[in-house]
Design a binder for this molecule. Structure first.
Ligand SMILES: Nc1ncnc2c1ncn2[C@@H]1O[C@H](COP(=O)(O)OP(=O)(O)OP(=O)(O)O)[C@@H](O)[C@H]1O
Ligand SMILES: [Mg+2]
Length: 259
């Protein structure tokens, strides 16, 4: 039996197809989020990768910020539940999940059965999210891919004191014009995002293992900064952008069995 999960995020659309609730036969990402053709393109890529068609899929669960705009799903489930489900499937030792996406950051605490004990979310402000990193990459005239490794060449951390993306952007521009090294600024940018995420993860007490997911988990510099702030190892979820869609496909399998 095949089931599908689709995660319609603010920055990207993800589709996962599962066979019998355990084998991932497709996990596709399109860097286009809700409000456009992103979800449809992610689906098409997943059908291509698996050689399957819509009729082959027994149940579809949609998650993510744009889940209610996606009309071809049998059910909608929140992102928190789907990330928890997907991460527990991949890393059963996970007790704290840090998901940093395009427009929000979340920390989710799991019990030893994968149940959600608590969650904390920053969805009020771009600081501490992927959007902040995108803005900084533009100001620093680099790409997200390149920026992720440049902190390793830093000789120091140029801290960012502003807690607002707009002010932080001005701060980085003045650091650049004052001759502060670009790599040191990048290290400060990573630390700024990491500190905010760790603030969420610390609430209620940190429990290990700590697993990072969402697109920003692909940024090795932010992962290093999170590990540094938490003073613990951080596991990066395999294919981290697709864990919400994986969780949705797992819920779809459970629903299909009940049908
Ligand atoms: N290759 C990459 N290297 C570094 N960072 C990346 C890469 N790809 C994506 N990102 C980061 O991931 C972010 C998007 O994350 P993700 O796809 O999880 O967001 P989303 O699920 O659409 O958003 P949200 O959950 O907030 O609605 C981008 O803003 C960017 O900072
Ligand atoms: Mg997301």
């Amino acid at each position: 039996m095949y089931t599908m999960g689709i995660d319609v995020g603010s920055a990207s659309s993800k589709a996962v197809i599962l066979k019998d609730g355990k084998d991932i036969v497709a996990a596709e990402v399109v860097q286009v989020g809700t409000g456009s053709t992103g979800p449809q393109r992610a689906l098409e890529l997943a059908y291509q990768a698996s050689g399957l068609k819509r009729e082959d899929i027994s149940f579809v669960v949609a998650t993510g910020y744009g889940r209610f705009n996606f009309t071809d799903a049998d059910k909608q489930i929140s992102e928190i539940s789907c990330h928890a489900k997907g991460i527990y499937f991949l890393v059963p030792t996970a007790r704290t999940i840090i998901d940093i996406g395009g427009q929000d950051a979340k920390a989710i605490r799991l019990d030893d059965k994968g149940g959600i004990k608590q969650f904390f979310m920053n969805d009020k402000c771009a600081a501490g999210t992927g959007r902040f990193l995108e803005v900084m990459a533009r100001v620093l005239e680099t790409t997200l891919d390149e920026m992720a490794g440049l902190d390793e060449k830093a000789t120091d951390t140029a801290p960012i004191s502003s807690t607002c993306t707009v002010f932080a952007e001005s701060e980085v521009i003045s650091q650049l014009s004052n001759g502060v090294s670009r790599n040191n600024i990048i290290k400060g940018v990573h630390l700024s995002v990491a500190s905010r995420a760790c603030g969420l993860a610390y609430r209620g007490g940190l429990e290990k293992d700590v697993v990072m997911t969402g697109g920003v988990a692909k940024n090795a510099g932010v992962v290093r900064a999170v590990a540094g702030v938490l003073k613990t190892d951080v596991i990066v979820a395999p294919n981290p952008q697709t864990t919400g869609a994986l969780g949705a496909a797992l819920f779809a399998y459970e629903a299909a069995q009940k049908k």
